[in-house]
Ligand binder design. Sequence first.
Ligand code: AMP
Length: 216
Amino acid sequence: MRLVLLGPPGAGKGTQAAAVKDRLGIAHISTGDMLRGAIAAGTPLGRKAKQIVDGGNLVPDDVITEMVRERLGAPDVKRGFLLDGYPRNLEQAKSLDSILDGMGQKLDLVVSLKLSDAEIVSRLSGRRTCDGCGLPFHITSAPPKYSGICDYCGNTLSQRADDREEVILRRLAVYAAQTAPLGAFYRDKGILAEIDATGGILQVQERIIAALAGGR
Ligand code: AMP
């Protein structure tokens, strides 16, 4: 299956993508994770992207599209993929169509997670991630046993630089202006499934699974 997961920052894309990937045995391609990896490794791409990502803005389309084009050619993508964080605007959506066209493929479904701005700010500002194993926590809804320490591997928990409140507001504005219009783009193609992203992780997962099974 070839899927795109759309949704505002904090809607749970990363968490849900990991579950769908395991369930379907397809590749999870997160452009945000790829950029954070490049930034942490200090590659030329990472050095170019750091300030843009930390400010909550979008990395230039040509840079990100080349990264995705290369990733889609990897062997583990043959069984299918779940794109998380790409496309982020109409330009990228059209580029994705043309990359897939070139491979003789097309998207099966675009899952769009829906959540209010107030809920997004509360989820993101409390989000913490383990520096060691990458596990996610939340200071109120999924707190660690000892403040700031990972329950599983004992490493320090940190907050993403772009999860500070002022950057969250910038990311939401960018999402509303550039990414939200993709809903209409994919609805017109008849492949959009809109999912209520409120409630627990498992509840949202069930809704996504129902949409994948054709109940959208
Ligand atoms: P995410 O983890 O998907 O929330 O992405 C974190 C940040 O990485 C975004 O705020 C952007 O700065 C950058 N980014 C991720 N995906 C893209 C994309 N498709 N186009 C441009 N910038 C992106």
